[in-house]
Ligand binder design. Structure first.
Ligand code: 5GP
Ligand code: MN
Length: 349
């Protein structure tokens, strides 16, 4: 038996909000990942089974390696279908923001979301949830993915029996991608109870793994090789690693969205490396996208807040810097310098 995840108050609030609504809008964060997509599609399935009209949108497209997810083809991306998404926002009487701690993570959609008439609910696992302007905020930073949180909520609401295999596959995908296929942030025994429940819906988890991780193009594999061979630099006696990627290089390797997903984790495979920073020119906006990964107790979310206009989790964070790259590199070097004292208090376990 899974322990309840919602307090009684949250449970009642959520049930009331759903009961009173007809048209529901679900949104994930910009740069939708497996968890944003998985939680949105899993939640949609539950709400549709209750007879609700549900619209799922993301600010911009998800990577190609998530397009196989059941239901992904029906998700609308604001950068591609702004008018359709806008009218769905206007029509909605209930709006769920998933896998984000505040509406600003939807970037270009944030203004419309904040000003619409719908009641708003956050379901999320990031730190520092917004408090103002929401009918209900379900924030569980200790849970490793929003997808797991959604499963547990569905379970508590009595919806597990009706959960479809397709929705279970989406939820599993989000749980898998937010934990690096259960290699980090994945020591909670209840996580495996959740997996067991999903396997009970006959998902093919081995196939899901291959769908997500083994669908590289040749260009993607070679881009990884290029970054590791030509671009990766180690700092502070290999305690930290840094690489950059420009639009020109992306073009050379026929870059498509998602192609450097996971590369930022790779320098952490080097013995003793505790922090990895990736700086990438955004393909749509004139900004540098920053990704940070760390191990143990190195707080890359603090670093992201302090230096990169961002935030995130202890070991996986991100942010954004103004163009150009040279300045971003300097900022990254300053960040490493400022945090270098933390590279050395490494608990030996
Ligand atoms: P990624 O490196 O995969 O883009 O992001 C890793 C994690 O960092 C995300 O799951 C999210 O929690 C956080 N993150 C990424 N970008 C931002 C950002 O611009 N602002 C904030 N607050 N968090 C971010
Ligand atoms: Mn997540």
């Amino acid at each position: 038996m899974l322990r309840p995840i919602l307090t009684n108050k949250e449970l009642i609030q959520l049930m009331e909000l759903i009961k009173e609504s007809k048209s529901i809008f679900i949104c994930g964060h910009r740069g939708p990942d497996g968890d944003a997509m998985g939680s949105a599609l899993g939640w949609k399935d539950y709400l549709q089974a209750l007879g609700k009209e549900v619209f799922v949108a993301m600010p911009n497209p998800c990577p190609d390696f998530l397009r196989w997810m059941p239901g992904a083809q029906q998700v609308k991306f604001y950068t591609e279908s702004a008018a359709e998404v806008s009218s769905a926002i206007k029509k909605a009487d209930l709006l769920f923001l998933l896998d984000m701690n505040e509406a600003s993570r939807t970037q270009e959609m944030a203004a419309e979301i904040t000003s619409c008439k719908a009641k708003k609910v956050i379901i999320d696992h990031h730190l520092n949830p917004a408090t103002e302007g929401y009918a209900c905020v379900v924030s569980r930073p200790k849970i490793s993915s929003t997808s797991e949180l959604i499963l547990r909520i569905i379970y508590q609401l009595g919806g597990y029996g009706r959960l479809t295999r397709a929705a279970a596959a989406c939820i599993y995908t989000g749980m898998m991608t937010d934990t690096g296929a259960f290699t980090y942030n994945s020591n909670d025994p209840e996580l495996y109870q959740c997996i067991s429940l999903l396997l009970g819906k006959h998902i093919d988890k081995d196939r899901i793994y291959r769908n997500v991780y083994h669908t590289y193009s040749e260009h993607r594999l070679r881009l990884q090789g290029y970054i590791l061979h030509q671009k990766l630099e180690f700092l502070e006696g290999r305690r930290a690693a840094l690489f950059t990627l420009t639009r020109e290089e992306m073009k050379e390797f026929h870059f498509i969205r998602g192609d450097i997903e996971g590369v930022v984790n790779m320098p952490l495979q080097v013995k003793g490396t505790r922090l990895s920073i990736s700086l990438r020119e955004d393909t749509e906006k004139d900004v540098i996208r920053v990704s940070l990964r760390s191990v143990d107790n190195f707080p890359c979310n603090k670093m992201a807040e302090e230096f990169f206009n961002g935030g995130g989790h202890l070991n996986a964070s991100g942010g954004e810097l103004p163009f150009p790259m040279e300045e971003a590199i300097n900022t990254a070097r300053r960040a490493v310098e400022a945090y270098k004292h933390l590279f050395y208090d490494n608990p030996a376990h």
